[in-house]
Design a binder for this molecule. Structure first.
Ligand code: ADP
Length: 570
């Protein structure tokens, strides 16, 4: 159960953390989507309000001015009965009847009209005719101008009113926008008596240019900052004539679809105003806060997951290390106990005088010596390792002939080799190698460890090769065996402290897992390298590569030929 929990801890903890985080993210995402969905409505409302504000500003301006300009009193029109100018009135009579209207018009100064006019109904030779007279500002009088381009539009606009005049139909004196002819837009006002009988129709021909270039742009710009305090610079407002002819635009907006459009009413109905605000500040705010929240939540999730993974890895490493240490104690105790037990047996036999021949005594003595050497080596390894771990290990480099080192290593290992029946072939180059700066004792420990491993993991193969040579400018010492070998995936790890190959063919060999880590440390302190070439079941070759010149250059050479260097690592 414990191992199950240990093994599945990660997969148990991840959902515990991930589920609430995912729920939080989902809830946040949904509420932000809801805000986003509501935003277009808010945008529609804002732009519609803006268009209405511009419209009413412009229309109020025209209404007020038209009302005042066209507000001729019914009493100002003379000779009328039921609205018509009587007594076979001709042109002269009609002019005389509206003479006082000019007095009213001359007081008006509305810039938005091109021409002011009045239409009256006349009775002539028993028939009815409408008479249209324009105000002439130069003469300050009403005049006929039958060739005027506006005549047609005025005739069309006034015809229904003239019928009302003849039939005595009551009419409300409201302003009306007449936009039948796009080139001649009019505002007209019926002049009525108290009984609401129409006596004349006053009107103005509108100046569309002034409307499109002055009045509307002013209203557009006045209202923008009021309606979109934070976004008015981005707003694209366009005034179009007859739907597609752009007559004014705050800025180029390409083919973008406007957020809202509105037709001018009741005057200038040929003009349409539209607006597009690329993104409202509220929208931007919501989108930005959504992205920030999303980023933060994802970042937090990542951090938690990363922290969790790191904590789990650290815990796993800790557990593994503690397991390795326990194994180490067990292995070391075993390693110490075995030679000690044989030393005790042989020395007891010697003490009890059970050895009757001198040869036997020599044999026992040699055995005791070899076992105590082994003990010394194990203890030296442990001591060296603890020195390295605590950073107390220092090295003294002396230029040494490596052949001497190899010879001594063989001598140290000789009893062990003899006992196990291993044969060592020593291969050295014919020409002498130049001396290499090494810490003699440390390198001896490294080499004996490699030879010891070659014996331990030989699985009956009695051949061991010890080779001295050169490789890539390094002095190379190779210890080669034909034993169990090391699997490729283990070849790097065997140099870690306490690490022992736990699968395959090594189960029955005892060891502390310190030898190779010690070798690696010593070699690296020499700025060298340790390599392994191995194949499972075929044996291994461990090679120590030692720099020949580098150390010479890096460390000052003492007169005695001794170099001093502190250990590089730890
Ligand atoms: P120990 O030998 O005490 O276990 P080492 O650090 O010397 O510790 O070696 C680490 C591991 O590397 C060994 O447990 C063994 O599995 C593997 N190993 C070392 N040398 C050899 C070799 N010559 N042949 C096969 N495996 C080896």
């Amino acid at each position: 159960m414990k191992t199950f929990i240990k093994r599945h801890f990660f997969w148990a903890v991840v959902p515990v953390l991930m589920i609430p985080l995912t729920v939080i993210l989902l809830v946040q995402y949904r509420s932000l989507r809801a805000i986003e969905a509501a935003l277009p409505l808010q945008r529609k409302e804002a732009v519609t309000q803006y268009l209405k504000a511009v419209m009413s500003e412009v229309m109020d301006f025209y209404s007020d001015n038209a009302e005042r300009t066209l507000g001729v009193s019914a009493a100002a029109i003379a000779h009328r009965r039921g609205g018509a100018i009587q007594d076979n009135a001709g042109r002269t009579r009609a002019l005389a009847a509206v003479a006082r209207v000019a007095d009213h018009f001359k007081q008006q100064q509305f810039r938005g009209s091109r021409r002011l006019f009045i239409v009256v109904d006349t009775e002539y030779a028993g028939g009815h005719l409408s008479a249209t007279m324009f105000y002439n500002p130069a003469r300050q009088a009403m005049v006929f101008d039958p060739q005027a381009p506006e005549m047609r539009a005025i005739d069309v606009a006034s015809s229904s009113f003239m019928i009302y005049a003849r039939t005595g139909t009551p009419v409300e004196p409201h302003l009306r926008g007449i936009d039948r002819d796009p080139n001649c837009l009019l505002i007209v006002k019926p002049i009525v008596t108290e009984e609401q009988n129409i006596v004349a129709l006053t009107g103005m021909v509108l100046d569309s240019d002034w409307f499109a270039r002055e009045v509307v742009p002013k209203a557009i710009h006045d209202n923008l900052p009021r309606s979109f305090p934070a976004d008015h610079r981005e707003a694209a407002v366009t005034l179009r004539f007859s739907r597609d002819e752009v007559v004014y635009a705050t800025r180029q907006d390409g083919e973008n679809k406007p957020d809202a459009s509105m037709r001018f009413m009741p005057f200038f109905q040929y003009y349409v105003l539209s607006v597009r605000v690329p993104s409202l500040s509220l929208e931007r705010l919501a989108r930005r806060s959504f992205l920030i929240n999303l980023g933060l939540s994802l970042g937090m999730t990542l951090l938690i997951v990363a922290g969790l993974i790191m904590a789990l890895r650290a815990a796993a490493r800790e557990m593994k290390l503690s397991q390795m240490k326990t194994d180490f104690v067990a292995n070391v105790s075993h390693e110490l106990r075995t030679p000690l037990a044989s030393i005790r047996v042989f020395s007891e036999m010697l003490k009890l005088g059970r050895v009757n021949s001198l040869d036997k005594a020599r044999e026992f003595g040699a055995y005791i010596e070899s076992q105590s050497r082994r003990l010394t080596q194990i203890i030296n390894n442990i001591l060296d390792f603890s020195r390295i771990e605590s950073g107390r290990k220092s090295y003294q480099f002396i230029f040494t002939d490596l052949r001497a080192l190899l010879a001594e290593a063989l001598e140290v290992c000789e009893p062990r080799l003899r006992q196990s029946g291993h044969r060592v072939t020593l291969e050295t180059p014919d020409r002498p190698l130049s001396p290499v700066p090494i810490d003699y004792d440390a390198m001896l420990i490294a080499l004996t460890n490699l030879i010891d491993n070659a014996v331990k993991y030989s699985r009956g193969a009695e051949e061991i090769t010890l080779r001295l040579g050169e490789r890539d400018g390094f002095a190379a010492i190779t210890v080669k065996d034909y034993g169990i070998g090391v699997a490729r995936e283990e070849q790097e790890r065997i140099f870690e402290k306490f690490y022992r190959v736990s699968t395959g063919m090594v189960h029955d060999v005892k060891g502390a897992g310190l030898g190779l880590s010690l070798v690696k440390h010593i070699v690296e302190a020499h700025r060298g390298k340790i390599t392994v070439e191995s194949e499972l079941g075929r044996g291994s070759a461990f090679t120590i590569l030692l720099p020949k010149k580098e150390l010479e250059q890096l460390a000052p050479r003492k007169p005695s030929g001794e170099l001093e260097l502190k250990s590089q690592s730890q």
